[in-house]
Design a protein around this ligand. Structure first.
Ligand code: PMP
Length: 361
C-alpha cells in the first residue's frame, strides 16, 4: 500500500499532521467555538430564495470581487469603512493564507504570541513562511515591552495578534496593539474572530485603521454570526492591502452561493447577533462557576473558557466525553477549553464536570 511517505511531497511537509479537532457525534458539542443557536426560520426561508435565484445563474462565474457582499460587510463593520477597505474569502483561514501569500513566503517570517490560534503557524508553514514563536505572560496577556523587544530582535514580516485570543479568551488593550504597530517593520494582523463576544470596554483594532496602512483586522461569520457552515471570513485594511491581495487570490474563489448566503445572514444580523448577549452571560456564569469549584480560569472576552489545571487533562477530557460532553484538549499543558453553548448544554457540562471532579481530584 502506498503511504504519504512514498510520495514526492515537499520536504518541509514531511511528518506534518493535518489540523482538526475530532468531529464526534455526541449530544453536547462544545469543542469548536461555534454558536450553538441554529439559523432562525426567516433566515432559512430567505436563504433558500437567494440560493434559488443564484442557482439560475450558476452557468456563470460569480462576481470575482464580491462587491455587493463587501459593501454589506463594510456597512456591518461601521467605522466609516467602505467596500474598498474590505476583502472576503472562504473563512478567515483563507484570509490569513492570502495575507501570508502576499506578505510572507519563502525567505520571510511571521511571528505570533503563544499560546494562540494554532492555524497561524500552520498556515505560515504551508506558505513557506518561517514561524517565530513569541510568548505571553502568566495571565495570557502580552507584555508590550517584551513584545517590542522580540519584534526588534527578529524583525518579522508579519506579526499576528489574536484578540480575543484563542484558546485563552484574552483581549488585548489597544495600547498594546499600537505599541506593536509602531515597532513592527511589516504587517500587523489583528485576528478578531471573536470580537463580537468581547466585554464592554474592549474596543476593536478597527479604530486604529486610519493612517495605519500596515494594519489588517480579520473577522469571521463562523462565530458570533452563527454561520460556520457558510465559510465566510473577511478583513478590513487600507485599499492598497486589498490591491495586494488581488495578486494571490484565485479567480472566483468565493462561490455565488457563498456570497448569497453571507448577504442573507448580514441582512438578518440583528437576529443572529441577538444570541451574543445570552452567550456572554452564559460565559461569565461559567467562569464564575469554575472558579467556585476552585479551578484556575482565564478571563474570557470570547465564547469559550480556558480552565485547569489538571495533572492529566486527557483523562478529564475523556471522562467528559464518556458523559456525552465534547470539549477541546488544547492550550498549555494541564488546561482544557470549553465552548459556550446553550443554557441546557452548559448545565450538562457542569453536571458532567462535577461528577468527573469528584472522581479525579
Ligand atoms: N481565527 C481564530 C482565532 C479562530 O479561532 C478561528 C476558528 N477556530 C479562525 C480564525 C478561523 O475561522 P474561520 O476560518 O471559520 O473563519
Amino acid at each position: 500500500m502506498t503511504t504519504i511517505d512514498d510520495l514526492p511531497i515537499r520536504d518541509d511537509l514531511r511528518g506534518a499532521k493535518p489540523y482538526g479537532a475530532p468531529q464526534l457525534d455526541v449530544p453536547v458539542q462544545l469543542n469548536t467555538n461555534e454558536n450553538p443557536y441554529p439559523p432562525p426560520p426567516g433566515l432559512i426561508d430567505d436563504l433558500a430564495e437567494a440560493v434559488r435565484k443564484a442557482a439560475a445563474r450558476l452557468n456563470r462565474y460569480p462576481d470575482r470581487d464580491a462587491v455587493e457582499l463587501r459593501k454589506d460587510l463594510a456597512d456591518y463593520l461601521g467605522h466609516g469603512l467602505t467596500a474598498r477597505q474590505v476583502w472576503a474569502a472562504n473563512g478567515s483561514n483563507e484570509i490569513i493564507q492570502q495575507v501570508l501569500q502576499v506578505f510572507g513566503g519563502p525567505g520571510r517570517s511571521a511571528m505570533g504570541f503563544e499560546p494562540s490560534y494554532s492555524m497561524h503557524p500552520i498556515i505560515a508553514r504551508v506558505t513557506g513562511t518561517r514561524w517565530i514563536k513569541g510568548s505571553r505572560e502568566e495571565d495570557f496577556g502580552i507584555d508590550p515591552d517584551a513584545a517590542v523587544k522580540a519584534i526588534e530582535e527578529h524583525r518579522p514580516d508579519v506579526v499576528f495578534l489574536t484578540s480575543p485570543n484563542n484558546p485563552t479568551g484574552t483581549a488585548l488593550p489597544l495600547e498594546v496593539v499600537e505599541r506593536i504597530l509602531q515597532a513592527a517593520p511589516g504587517m500587523v494582523v489583528v485576528d478578531e474572530a471573536y470580537a463580537e463576544f468581547a466585554r464592554e470596554g474592549t474596543p476593536s483594532a478597527l479604530t486604529l485603521l486610519p493612517g495605519n496602512p500596515r494594519l489588517i483586522v480579520t473577522r469571521t461569520m463562523s462565530k458570533a454570526f452563527a454561520m460556520a457552515g457558510t465559510r465566510l471570513g473577511y478583513l478590513a485594511a487600507d485599499p492598497a492591502v486589498i490591491d495586494a491581495l488581488l495578486l494571490v487570490r484565485l479567480p472566483y474563489h468565493l462561490s455565488s452561493l457563498t456570497q448569497a448566503a453571507a448577504r442573507v445572514a448580514l441582512a438578518h444580523r440583528d437576529e443572529l447577533l441577538g444570541t451574543v448577549n445570552a452567550l456572554r452571560a452564559e460565559r461569565d456564569a461559567t467562569v464564575a462557576w469554575l472558579r467556585e469549584r476552585g479551578l484556575q480560569v482565564a478571563d474570557s472576552d470570547a465564547n469559550f473558557v480556558l480552565f485547569g489545571k489538571f495533572q492529566d487533562r486527557h483523562a478529564v477530557w475523556e471522562a467528559l466525553l464518556e458523559r456525552g460532553v465534547l470539549i477541546r484538549e488544547t492550550g498549555p499543558d494541564g488546561w482544557l477549553r470549553v465552548t459556550i453553548g446553550t443554557a441546557e448544554e452548559m448545565a450538562a457540562f457542569r453536571a458532567a464536570l462535577e461528577a468527573v471532579l469528584e472522581g479525579v481530584l
